[in-house]
Design a protein around this ligand. Structure first.
Ligand code: GLU
Length: 465
């Protein structure tokens, strides 16, 4: 197929989940392979109780942040209700649907029998279709679809392969509720058809829905799209990815300081890998040219946060992404404070620490050490005699440095160590501790460079031999 008309159709009942973002991403990649292809965005808000404007906005901004663009204005499903009902009535008039007045008790009774295996057919209403009185009612009924019982249904799914289902397994689901509102099952088909969607990429939790929805296409004589049901993302324990595993909403990942490039890189390698070479670092434009949905694995993909951290560390280290760090600081109250105080210093901290962090958020605690003008060491350590003996001379040396530059400081310290016949850790470890409250971290010269001469001396000076 050359011209793909795809769509991403989230329900605005929660913030954009990483699994949905993956569905959107794969749609976007597939449509981007061809200039004539399209990706539409439809907000499926027919569940009035659970749909919220704030979630819709979160989904739109999450997609934009990730770099996923769509064609035309987003379609709002609830605006098309009259069209959905028009189709329900056509199905009714053509005998492909029927009115049903079964009470909840009757339906539950039948459901019990179906679930226990007493009845093999999934048809929940067996009487209303034949009841002429019910079929001539003007109100107070639901509209159900008619599904034959004979034979099998087969789907040739792009990702799942051949999937077979007995027609008896398919229920006579509701198209229009008793209150006159259309259900998702009806609306999704009508909207996809009206948009000309010919390729549906969605989560495999909707695989069963294909076998229901295809009947509306058939009854209406509409062309059935090609389907690719992509496996859901699981956590490392094999269960569906949820908050227990880590941040699962795009907005939370953004807040923690993950980069879109890292998220995309991580998401696309779930169940797919570029054939050429082993390089796992792959950016969107390359993904677009190399990705083929036919190669996507049909088994569930495991989302690994360590891998995401690895990619994020790679991307945040890129010089070209410094601007993203500045933008992040502007969105984080703590870092915004430091940015206002001394942007250059904050960037210095970031550049020195970036190889060791996996997300921008980690800079908050690090920057706090350097911006704290009332810095105190947390505990009074007793350092080795060798250090204590040379401490005053070392302090004098630092005081005497005129050009506070990396190379100058470095070579002065080296000379000092040589002259006093000392190994680097004798000085390095305690001085790092006195400057940052931590025995581990960057080189002391880097720390000196961040703090500047005055603050460095102030901190070291607090040590009493
Ligand atoms: N609105 C549905 C959902 O968010 C998607 C429907 C579909 O892709 O067919 O799960």
């Amino acid at each position: 197929m050359t011209k793909m008309i795809t769509r991403f159709a989230p329900s605005p009942t929660g913030n954009l989940h990483i699994g949905s973002a993956r569905t959107a991403l794969i749609n976007y990649i597939c449509k981007s392979k061809n200039n004539d292809s399209k990706l539409y965005l439809r907000i499926e808000d027919t569940d009035k109780d659970r749909s919220k404007e704030e979630f819709k906005n979160n989904i739109l901004s999450g997609l934009k942040w990730l770099g996923i663009d769509w064609d035309n204005e987003p379609q709002i499903q609830s605006h098309n209700i009259n069209r959905h009902l028009e189709i329900a009535n056509k199905l009714l008039v053509n005998g492909n649907a029927f009115k049903c007045v079964c009470s909840e008790e009757e339906l539950n009774e039948r459901r019990k029998k179906i679930n226990s295996g007493d009845i093999t057919s999934k048809k929940i209403c067996i009487s209303c279709a034949k009841n002429t009185e019910v079929q001539s009612l003007e109100k107070n009924y639901v509209i159900r679809i008619k599904i034959p019982i004979d034979n099998k249904e087969i789907l040739e799914d792009v990702v799942q392969g051949t999937v077979e289902v007995n027609k008896s397994e398919i229920d006579d689901y509701v198209l229009v509720r008793r209150d006159g509102t259309p259900t998702y099952m009806l609306s999704v088909v009508v909207d996809d058809h009206d948009l000309g969607v010919n390729f549906i990429i969605r989560g495999d939790d909707h695989l069963n829905n294909y076998f229901r929805q295809k009947f509306i296409y058939e009854y209406m004589n509409w062309e059935i799209p090609t389907y690719a049901h992509i496996p859901l993302i699981h956590g490392e324990d094999g269960s569906k990815l949820s908050k227990r595993h880590g941040a699962v909403n795009l907005i939370d990942l953004k807040k923690q300081g993950y980069l879109p490039e890292a998220i995309i890189n991580n998401l696309i390698l779930l169940g797919w890998s570029p054939k050429k070479g082993d390089d796992e670092i792959i950016q969107l434009n390359n993904i677009i040219s190399m990705f083929n949905i036919n190669d996507l694995s049909k088994s569930a993909s495991i989302f690994n946060y360590k891998k995401l951290d690895f990619f994020n560390n790679y991307y945040l280290r890129q010089e070209k992404n410094l601007e993203l760090f500045i933008n992040y600081c502007k969105s984080n109250i703590n870092l915004q404070k430091y940015l206002d105080k001394d942007e250059e210093k904050l960037i210095k901290i970031f550049n020195i620490y970036k190889k060791d962090i996996s997300k921008y958020e980690e800079i908050v605690n690090i920057a706090e050490i350097y911006f704290n003008s009332n810095f105190e060491v947390l505990k009074n350590e007793i350092f080795e005699q060798e250090f204590n003996k040379c401490f005053n001379n070392f302090l004098e040396l630092i005081n005497s440095i005129k050009n506070w530059e990396y190379d100058v400081i470095n070579s002065e310290i080296k000379d000092f160590l040589k002259k006093n016949n000392l190994k680097f850790p004798i000085i390095g470890k305690p001085v790092r501790f006195l400057l940052t409250n931590n025995y581990n971290g960057p080189s002391i010269t880097d720390i000196f460079m961040i703090l500047d001469k005055e603050e460095s001396i102030k901190r070291i000076n607090k040590y009493k031999v």
